[in-house]
Design a protein around this ligand. Sequence first.
Ligand code: GTP
Ligand code: MG
Length: 344
Amino acid sequence: GSHDPTSLRTPIVAVLGHVDHGKTSLLDKIRGSAVIEGEAGAITQHIGATAVPLDVVSSIAGDLVNPDDFDLPGLLFIDTPGHHSFTTLRSRGGALADIAILVVDVNDGFQPQTLEALDILKRSQTPFIVAANKIDTVPGWNPNEDSPINATYEAQSDRVSSRLDESLYEIIGNLSDEDFSADLYWRVQNFQRNVGVVPVSAMTGEGVPDLLAVMMGLSQRYMKEEMEIDVQGPGVGTVLEVKEEKGFGTTIDIVLYDGTIKADDQIVVGGMNKPIVTDVRALLQPRPLAEIRTESRFEKVDEISAASGIKVAAPELADAMAGAPVRVVRNRELDEVVEEVEAE
Ligand code: GTP
Ligand code: MG
């Protein structure tokens, strides 16, 4: 590619959708770990972030993603909970994303949180694609592990593939009812104008190569046009979770979506009553492909650039809140930064 990959930040991909439609399973399939098995009642209680480097994306996507065609360092996925009590967190997740995947169960179709997620995407003008998940549950389905969608389509009987088509066209119709012009992704020429629908199975991995290829294409275009930001400036992020960590006291898990944060930075964090002004004590990074919320072995780092999920240890964080803004002060006026945090 023509860009220096270090000058472009990792695109943030929010994964949204109705409860149980397969958001976590899809990410789980992508990262090849078993986070879902560690989840209480299979309901995701908190928003988590997972970094997937370009070489991993390309190894999963096979022929569909040639790493030489991309300047991006990879993708940062934010899993969001579909349960109705997480509306606010989910809208925050949606708001800080560059692009999104709306996961819809092909059999279950549009549900209340699907519509809610669409509304969030519409309001925040976030480009997105639809993952029509659980295609393996179409009766008579002949599974082809990790196969691109065209190959597995060819391996289905006419009856099975037309049943899938029916469900897919229902989803396309639902999108059109919500004023989104949508089509099967291989028929979409302009992803800025039309929503691509990608049939997938988080269980068998079918269609996952296509999903990653479309996400990379979408973010490459989007990042080039709009996202050549200053990755060296003072960091800006959002608190995902406030957590006690052995040996560190209260820590915050944040998604850094702009600039950098350093181990000796002063930061301002949105608090219960007023902004918290504090000094970073340690920056704790999960390894790539590890889930920040289940990762127990962290690596201390001196500095990290957007976009990334990072745990910040600092004094006085007890009143920090999930969803609150985080800003690095560095060479800026403290009062000005505090005002910005208060205004958010
Ligand atoms: P919440 O976080 O609670 O909103 O749910 P979620 O969207 O993250 O769904 P999750 O990944 O937890 O999956 C819900 C259930 O659907 C689990 O039992 C999964 O095993 C199952 N599931 C997810 N994707 C697929 C799929 O592609 N095929 C099949 N057969 N089952 C799936
Ligand atoms: Mg989940």
